[in-house]
Design a protein. Structure first.
Length: 534
């Protein structure tokens, strides 16, 4: 990339501004290179430690293959997105420098011009080094969308409006929307940075850049590509109406089909014509043609895309909404039945029993015993009042299940007695206690869905208390995995773990990631920002 911003023969006489020596320029350049290198090294190391610690954890859970597949897709998307963005920006900036080079008319020294030119080049480098990874990260963050697309299968059901398989709307459309917005973001970045660069270079030359023919040609090409991407967005928005949540029912409604779709096709045509106007603006009309075509698109967005559908809804649909929306309501009902497979339900007539008597009730006692009376919220409050046993235990969530109790199938409600380190006494709230000693919850409480004590109205318990008493034996009551807010616990250290009533226990399970090596401890110390792990 070369640009001639100076020309001694054409420079008018005038006072010279202080120059900058080559030594200073080299020092600035070397300092910036070192700073960029250190920042890049830190970011790479941070990413590697995150990947390494997650790789260990998912391996412990038995999902390393899943993690690896996601990681590979993220890397490919990041590398590809970064490379495409960098290439697009570099090509764009190359033409920016090429179209703007020429002699300078400013009364400044060569050293000063060289410094200012170096700042412009530095701005370009910083833009590429910043924007490319950002767009690469945006692509990497959509790994799920691309994996779904690569593994897409047909749903076997077509949309009644467009006749496309439902996989297009659920999978393909999401990917196309991302690509369209991603490309448009790159184009906007290119346009904005090119304008700044043109302003800087022409400013160094002492010229007005705004009407420079080569600059207008370059911006016209970028603007045309941007208008094409906007037009593609309008086309995708047409298919997005199938997923519209704003009507009487979910999906495209009467106003969407009869107002918004025609308007979006019109906006697509206007965007395409605007793109053509930008492309030929160098030969016809120049800046006025670009401004006029873009202004027309803005006006149509305000009038046709926003105002017309709203007016159509108000005066054509709302006065007779249910009649207008009848077809689309029927589509919604049909799609809902198909989605939940209700259309496959076989109807069987069940004759109703006439009069109920004591014998019928006695014969169906098993059914009556499993009709739930307890609501989970008051029952959870009762658990936390009656069964927490220690201040640092808490019942965080209730679950429903069925167990065989005394030979009968019973519906039960149960909750795990989880560790809540935030409830530790102030004198015990230190790192050793929170990470090495108070490491686990203990046992569960379980009660029948219908049972309660007749005097107090408290829940009956199948499993309760510490030590654990109940109808169902529990051989391993320690809870190391659960919904506790504690981020991590370190077990089998030199400090004994604390169990119920202050008893000393040691973890004897096989789960967790080993911290046997200094390298692993260093990685997790960085991961959790906790130097005590070392």
């Amino acid at each position: 990339m070369s640009q001639d911003l100076t020309n001694d023969a054409d420079r008018p006489e005038g006072p010279d501004l202080p120059g900058v020596s080559d030594v200073v320029l080299r020092r600035v350049r070397n300092g910036l290179l070192v700073a960029v290198g250190l920042l890049f090294s830190f970011l790479v190391l941070w990413w590697l430690q995150t990947v390494y610690t997650d790789w260990l954890w998912y391996g412990e859970l038995g999902y390393r293959a899943v993690f690896t597949k996601i990681l590979v897709m993220k890397i490919w998307l990041f590398v590809g997105g970064t490379a495409v963005t960098a290439a697009a920006l570099i090509v764009n900036f190359y033409f920016t420098f090429r179209f703007s080079r020429g002699p300078s008319t400013l009364p400044v020294t060569d050293d000063t011009l060289r410094l200012l030119r170096a700042f412009l080049v530095l701005a370009v480098v910083i833009t590429v080094l910043t924007a490319a990874p950002i767009f690469g990260s945006a692509a990497s963050g959509r790994w799920e969308v691309f994996l779904l697309f690569l593994n897409k299968v047909s749903f076997g059901v077509s949309d009644p409006e467009f006749g496309r398989d439902l996989s297009f709307f659920i999978v393909t459309l999401r990917m196309l929307n991302f690509i369209q917005s991603w490309v448009m973001g790159i184009l906007i970045t290119s346009v904005v940075m090119s304008l700044f660069l043109y302003a800087g270079i022409y400013g160094l030359r002492g010229l007005n850049f705004f009407l420079a023919p080569r600059m207008l040609k370059h911006i016209g090409i970028l603007g045309g590509l941007l208008m094409l991407s906007i037009g593609a967005g309008h086309v995708l928005a047409i298919y997005e109406l199938v997923l519209s949540p704003g009507g009487l029912v979910a999906g495209a409604g009467y106003a969407d089909i009869h107002a918004r779709i025609p308007v979006l096709w019109l906006m697509t045509v206007i965007a395409a014509l605007g793109a053509g106007a930008f492309f030929v603006s160098h030969y016809f009309g120049g800046l006025r043609l670009m401004i006029g075509s873009f202004s027309l698109w803005i006006i149509m967005v305000l009038l046709a895309n926003l105002a017309y559908p709203a007016l159509f809804q108000r005066f054509q649909v709302d006065p007779n909404q249910f009649e207008r929306e009848r077809v689309y309501i029927e589509r919604n009902i049909e799609a809902t039945r198909a989605a939940y497979q209700l259309d496959l339900v076989e109807e069987i007539a069940l004759p109703a029993i006439g009069d109920l008597d004591a014998s019928v009730v006695a014969e169906n006692q098993a059914v009556l015993e499993n009709i739930r009376l307890w609501d989970v919220e008051p029952l959870q409050d009762a658990y936390n009042q009656l069964q927490f046993m220690e201040l640092y235990y808490n019942f965080l969530n209730m679950d429903s299940d069925r167990y065989i109790v005394d030979g009968r199938l019973r519906q039960v409600l149960l909750a795990a007695r989880e560790l809540d380190p935030d409830n530790l006494p102030p004198d015990a709230n230190n790192w050793v206690n929170r990470r090495l000693q108070y490491t686990h919850g203990y046992g569960v409480a379980m009660s029948p869905a219908t049972g309660f004590t007749p005097e107090e109205g408290r829940p009956e318990f199948f499993i309760q208390d510490i030590p654990i008493r109940g109808e169902i034996p529990i051989t391993k009551p320690e809870l190391y995995y659960g919904e506790s807010p504690a981020p991590f616990a370190i077990v089998n250290s030199s400090a004994p773990e604390i169990g119920p009533s202050g008893s000393a226990v040691h973890y004897d399970g096989l789960g967790g990631v080993s911290l046997g090596s200094t390298f692993r401890r260093l990685a997790y110390a960085w991961q959790f920002a906790d130097i005590n792990i070392l």
